[in-house]
Ligand binder design. Sequence first.
Ligand SMILES: NC(=O)c1ccc[n+]([C@@H]2O[C@H](COP(=O)([O-])OP(=O)(O)OC[C@H]3O[C@@H](n4cnc5c(N)ncnc54)[C@H](O)[C@@H]3O)[C@@H](O)[C@H]2O)c1
Length: 370
Amino acid sequence: MSTKPVLWLRCEKKEFERRAALTPTTSKKLIEAGFDIIVEKDEQRIFDDSEYEAVGCKLVENNTWPTAPTDVPIIGLKELPVSTDPLPHTHIQFAHCFKKQGGWSEVLARFYKGKGTLYDLEFLNDDSGRRVAAFGFHAGFAGAAAGALDLAARKQGKELGLLTPYPNETAMVEAVKAALGGTGKGVKALVIGALGRCGRGAVDLFRKIGLNEDDIVKWDMAETAKGGPFPEILDVDIFVNCIYLSSKIPNFVTRETAIAAGKERRLRVVVDVSCDTTNPFNPIPIYNINTTFDKPTVAVDVGPENPTLDVISIDHLPTLLPREASEQFSQDLLPSLLTFPTRSSERVWVDAEKLFKEKLAEAVEAEGLA
Ligand SMILES: NC(=O)c1ccc[n+]([C@@H]2O[C@H](COP(=O)([O-])OP(=O)(O)OC[C@H]3O[C@@H](n4cnc5c(N)ncnc54)[C@H](O)[C@@H]3O)[C@@H](O)[C@H]2O)c1
């Protein structure tokens, strides 16, 4: 029997999810480090099965992980389809069940019944408490692109229609430039949270579509310390909010300030990448729904006499750039994955397992399983 460490990349079953936790690039690096990488065939994934095969992964049929030996760790990205089947394996994925989200205890009950373990990707932290891997950069990049596409549509008197994933970053940049008539030059944007992951992505998109550097206003904590609402927001074409909201702060912009600016208001699009839509501290209280790829914008009622104002509040923006978003996420996860075989003594995994056990105990109580 092989004593090599193994990881089994399962398929994704969540609709529209084209991203992958392991890419051909990171799979190759794991194989070079002595891993066996088993990959389920998956038509939904942005990477072709053949790309994994070419770097030495072993392909298996779609959705066959339940039949894998229980000592083979299963890696995936998003939630498993809802079920009550026990989960006997070790899973690495986003499970969205540690913050008491809808159905949280049912998901954890499956691990309890199967004696499996969950390492949730959202809770793998480095020594300073920051996530080892997160999708922020491409969320900001794609959000800024969506904002620019909406601005272009509005300039033509249209509404922004269906957004679909782009094969790569270049295709997205070219599509946005084309929509703006060849270049984004002349457009002015403000990014708040510009020093963070999402913020840096938004700034990068604006640079790549050709905005003048002076027209990309970058704000972070220092600039918002004076407290909003900020008239500067009303004076750009696109405002992209990328902050990490952790406490109550003064509003950045309100419906009243937008109406008060009247016909002179330059602002046409607010892209709320942070998407604290239902958070009572949301500093952009001008909308209350999350928008979708089918209908990316919601109009703010600013009166028929004033220029339009749209909000984009899509909460899974990196899906628009599945290839690059997967590559960046997987590269960031790689150093931790390389230590997975010795996880019982690696802090990142020890902490994640401890958290899982705490949440499991809460779920056992909530479900009355003890
Ligand atoms: N919509 C999506 O698809 C999507 C995807 C990924 C992340 N997000 C969300 O985006 C947000 C940001 O994530 P991130 O990974 O970029 O976080 P991050 O911690 O890397 O960056 C946040 C930045 O916001 C700044 N900030 C915080 N409060 C501020 C304030 N009051 N004024 C100005 N700047 C402030 C911080 O200094 C930091 O630079 C999070 O809420 C995250 O959940 C959304």
